[in-house]
Design a protein around this ligand. Structure first.
Ligand code: FBP
Length: 263
């Protein structure tokens, strides 16, 4: 059985992960559009929406805030991360172990960013190996933020790059590949095929209109994708619940973006 089928981070085999790690990845300026979301409690409150199958946060946020939400939210512990202040070749160092995520944070799943194509790729693959093996020995699903990135990569959302990103996640043993949207349903179909039994979810990206965003999610679902791992497109909306209601229809009920938004 696929580790996701039996996991609380999936609902009817689909998943919607709210990524709340951009305070580290991008800095507080990402919250300026809706300043209340700077407060992790607000984010966890939003994460109680029934469409959300997990909230992905870093260790520090999990330690301070998750204990109050354990009954209402599933936790995806993000085990590495890097700040926007780092100007070197892409590398995301490990800041939490799988054991700590299980024993101290009460995590339901773990997530790890891998920048294939970076000069640090060998180190990141080695780090991922350790994470993946420990997580699987403990029956925890592993989500790879599979982001090809580095000096040699000029366009990181080209169809062949995204299909490659999805394939890398399969080859290295991730249960879920979180990849950027490659621009079309057809390109996403390629990524889903390349990923084999590894499930593919779309990474949200910077904020676009409700309809544009929902249409990309619809294309991902039509392509055989498993769902979404989204940050800014939810947090930077005045009314995130409205978008989550629409996402629930597109992801779990198979509605079109246009129909979901009308309702
Ligand atoms: P977004 O939907 O805001 O893109 O969030 C998804 C995510 O993977 C976050 O987990 C992370 O903070 C961010 O994207 C990193 O994106 P990038 O490295 O492209 O800035």
């Amino acid at each position: 059985m696929h580790p996701l089928s039996d996991s609380p981070i999936s609902r009817d085999g689909k998943t919607l992960i709210l990524a709340m790690d951009h305070g580290l990845e991008h800095g507080p300026s990402d919250f300026e559009a809706v300043p209340e979301t700077l407060d992790p409690e607000t984010a966890f409150e939003i994460g109680t929406h029934p469409a959300v199958t997990a909230v992905a946060v870093q260790k520090g946020i999990a330690e301070q805030y998750y204990p109050s939400y354990e009954d209402d939210v599933n936790l995806l512990a993000k085990l590495n991360g890097t700040s926007n202040l780092w100007m070197g070749e892409p590398y995301s160092p490990k800041n939490c172990t799988v054991e700590y995520a299980i024993e101290e944070l009460n995590a339901d799943a773990v997530g790890y960013t891998v920048y294939s194509g970076s000069n640090h790729e060998p180190r990141m693959y080695e780090d991922f190996r350790e994470i993946q093996e420990t997580a699987h020995r403990n029956d925890l699903p592993v989500v790879m933020w599979s982001y090809p990135r580095g000096q040699g990569l000029k366009n990181d959302t080209k169809p062949e790059v995204i299909a490659y990103a999805a394939r890398i996640a399969l080859e290295l043993g991730a249960d879920v590949a979180k990849v950027k949207y490659p621009g079309s349903q057809e390109a996403m179909e390629w990524a889903v095929r390349a990923a084999g039994g590894t499930r593919v979810v779309m990474s949200g990206g910077s904020k676009v209109s409700d309809l544009e965003f929902l249409r990309s999610v619809e294309a991902v679902m039509n392509a055989g994708g498993t769902g979404l791992a989204v940050g800014r497109n939810v947090w930077q909306r005045e009314d995130p619940t409205r978008l989550l209601d629409a996402l629930e229809k597109v992801i779990y009920e198979g509605e079109t973006a246009d129909a979901a938004i009308e309702e």
